[in-house]
Design a protein around this ligand. Sequence first.
Ligand SMILES: N[C@@H](CCC(=O)N[C@@H](CS)C(=O)NCC(=O)O)C(=O)O
Length: 202
Amino acid sequence: MLRLYDNLSSGNGYKCRLLLHKLGIPYERIELDIDRAETRTPEFLARNPNGRIPTLQLEDGSHLPESNAILWYLAEGTPYLPDNREGRARVLQWMFFEQYSHEPNIATVRFWITHHVEMTEERKLGLVTKRRLGHDALGVMDGHLAERRFFVGDRFSVADIALYAYTHVAEEGGFDLSGYPAVRAWMERVAAEGPHIPITQG
Ligand SMILES: N[C@@H](CCC(=O)N[C@@H](CS)C(=O)NCC(=O)O)C(=O)O
């Protein structure tokens, strides 16, 4: 059986939980306390030397870290990945966008706030830039979604899962989504794409 090393507050973990639920794949979920460095023990570092969840243990006992790689692995051969070359490349385009322009800004600020991380001078300075870059990413998404139902090919895909995970909780990080009507309408469509689970569900 697949085993997911996870933390319930994590949007990256939620991406995997949501897709596993949609696909009806049974799995064992191991909750690690990321505030107490449970991802940095020698035992866990042997599974993922980068010391982070989500990490998926495959049927053969090997480990696959990185949320979007896990999404790609699980989505292969399912309706959640386009079957044409351009469509698949566009899904990757948005997943790379998520990891470079969205998650490091929106997810990190949410983490600092919701996990009550000490706001050092360095973090206070970083916050200003992360707010600006996070809003830039939301603006790019809003522009793209203005005339589209989903990110790629007008069909729900893992690109939507990757971007939904931290967008729908962006307000927990102080990102006001009222100025992004297309993003808000898209979030409603994503939540209506059954079977769906909330980020709080393990
Ligand atoms: N690029 C990675 C990021 C993973 C990540 O940042 N995980 C965080 C939780 S969301 C974590 O494990 N933090 C604990 C730590 O760094 O020790 C992914 O998409 O999976």
